[in-house]
Design a protein around this ligand. Structure first.
Ligand code: PLP
Length: 410
């Protein structure tokens, strides 16, 4: 049996423990939603203030050169590359995940001649499916094939051009076998396109070791880049010359400041830019990524697994018989940074938890989700959050009217 004192002792001995000091976290709150919006790194706050006041305010347009604004998408891409097992020149920060998935999927379809099937699994994060639906709508020759979870292997054939999959499922946290799927996708002659939104910054992703072709991921979740932070995309070097960005904006041109009429894509990863990069947001993301300085991603993943294991153990001990059912893999080796439970009154339970200072989130229809961002969540937080949930379920305080109304953002 673990005790709260065990949690405190193990937190004190944890080599990642001091990394929490790189974050500004509010008092009296246990933040278990870093998988939706990462916490504020102290360095990001300071960097944005400097970029606004000294750079934009003081140096105005000279800042594009003087403060390296023009190279920020590539600089940020290079910092993310280390976290996902890529080379610095294979990653760039740009746009949103949705837009990057569109660019990459459209490029894969266009590059692959006769192959016309875009393959994905149903029940995944909605934007991924919506983007593919939009792509199929504008390219009538494209056929969108959506299979049930686990059905990719059987659906691969010589007509498939690209396979889009989330590395970690946004609701259950289940981790897909990236190396195995990539091998099957490659054997079928198709390209893989991974959504790393729930794995970058929490798992020891290794795109090149595992043979990935293309990927995109989120800047505002475990990378802590702030609300609406730019996303990133990855194109393996071996594909960089052949694939074309369909959003052929001037920032992806080989010589944007020549101001000529014809588009020539930049060599390498730069062609995946479209318009002017959002400098304030990139500044925040760039500084936020420094919270990973000196941090070993294997240790990050191990800690995420340990925190999730502890949470499951405590919920099943403290909240037994209260209607909670585990909706995530029990085995930490195939689970990402979050743990989900279903509860028939999940929305009300989560609103009550939030009112008590334990912040997780709710995903329709009945999932309550808890994220364990390993850079700043401690074992003691896990312990305390389960105690609060136990009190809520014992007293049924979630029945209060104020916990029943749905909000616009869940
Ligand atoms: C959060 C998330 C996104 C975010 O997409 P945006 O276009 O950047 O808002 C995409 N895919 C998955 C799987 C996500 O979890």
């Amino acid at each position: 049996m673990t005790t709260r004192q065990d949690c405190l002792d193990r937190d004190a001995a944890d080599p990642l423990g001091a990394v929490r000091d790189r974050f500004s976290l509010p008092q009296g709150v246990i933040y278990l939603d870093g998988n939706s919006l990462g916490a504020l790194p102290v360095a990001a706050r300071d960097a944005v203030q400097d970029a606004v006041e000294r750079q934009w305010g003081g140096d105005l347009i000279a800042s594009w050169n003087k403060h390296g604004w023009i190279g920020l998408p590539q600089k940020v891409g290079g910092k993310i590359a280390r976290l996902i097992g890529a080379e610095a020149d294979e990653v760039v920060a740009a746009d949103s995940v949705s837009v990057n998935l569109f660019k990459l999927a459209a490029a894969a379809v266009s590059a692959q001649g006769g192959r016309r099937v875009v393959l994905t699994e149903g029940g995944d994060f909605p934007t991924d499916l919506y983007i593919l639906q939009g792509l199929a709508g504008m390219m009538p020759e494209v056929e969108l094939r959506v299979v049930a979870p686990g059905g990719i292997g059987a659906a691969l054939d010589e007509r498939v051009t690209v396979v889009l999959l989330s590395h970690v499922h946004y609701r259950s946290g289940a981790v897909r076998d990236m190396a195995g799927l990539n091998a099957a996708i490659r054997a079928a002659g198709a390209l893989s396109l991974w959504d790393l939104s729930h794995s970058a910054g929490v798992l020891d992703v290794d795109l090149n070791r595992d043979g990935a072709d293309l990927a995109a991921g989120c800047g505002y979740k475990y990378l802590n880049g702030g609300p609406g932070a730019p996303a990133f995309l990855f194109v393996a070097r071996r594909h960089q010359a052949a694939l074309r960005n369909p959003l052929s904006g001037w920032m992806g041109h080989a010589r944007p400041f020549d101001f000529i009429d014809d588009y020539t894509p930049a060599p390498g990863i730069d062609r995946w830019l479209c318009g002017t990069p959002p400098i304030l947001s990139l500044t925040a993301l760039s500084a936020a990524l420094d919270a990973f300085d000196g941090v070993d991603m294997k240790a990050v993943r191990a800690r995420a697994g340990a925190l999730g294991d502890l949470f499951i153990e405590r919920v099943e001990a403290r909240c037994a018989g209260k209607g909670l059912v585990l909706a995530s893999p029990r085995d930490a080796t195939v689970r990402g940074g979050q743990v989900a439970f279903t509860h028939p009154q999940g929305w009300a339970v989560m609103q009550n938890l939030i009112a008590r200072g334990v912040i997780g989130d709710f995903r329709a229809p009945d999932v309550i989700r808890f994220g364990f961002a390993p850079l700043y969540v401690r074992r003691a937080d896990v312990w305390d959050s389960v105690e609060v949930m136990g009190e809520i379920l014992d007293s049924e305080s979630w029945r209060e009217a104020r916990f029943q109304t749905l909000a616009a953002v869940t």
